[in-house]
Unconditional design. Sequence first.
Length: 186
Amino acid sequence: MERRRAILDAAEALLGEQGYEAATLKAVGERAGIPVASMYHYFPDRHQVDAELLRHHLQRIEGHLTTSLEGSEPSTLREAADAVIDPMRDYFRRHPSCVELWFSGRSETVTQLVREFDAAQADFFWRFLVEHGLMPADTPRLVMQLAFDVGNRLFDTAFRQSPAGDDATIDELRRMVTAYLETYSA
């Protein structure tokens, strides 16, 4: 268990410091102090390291989003959108390794994890908006999924422009998502 954690910590550090291409299985093993041949005992390939690390990030992000939404009483769609966008932005800023994994799309497993996470969060957000009277219950759930897809694309753009996430792009994300959701609002 300690070695798996050391591998994940090394991968996270390399991803955050040097980017996706630098975080090879060999480099991760060297950083963790584990011979490359032994790395395969813990993870069969680099994509499994990426997936495991992303799973850890997704659990933490889900906790932040749940706390943010459950702790808010939004009176507008913009306030509700902010309750999702702000924790995501803040998490990405604190965890550049997550940004590298989230937007890299280097493996089908990682891509699928992001899709599943977005689908679950979009459904949660849909219920939240309906319960708070900000969205009619007959709003197609596809609407929320598309809002999350747009959010992902613009977060990707924001963090490609700046390691801290370009604020102007993130503000446009807020405007786009809010304006789109308002076309369905109650």
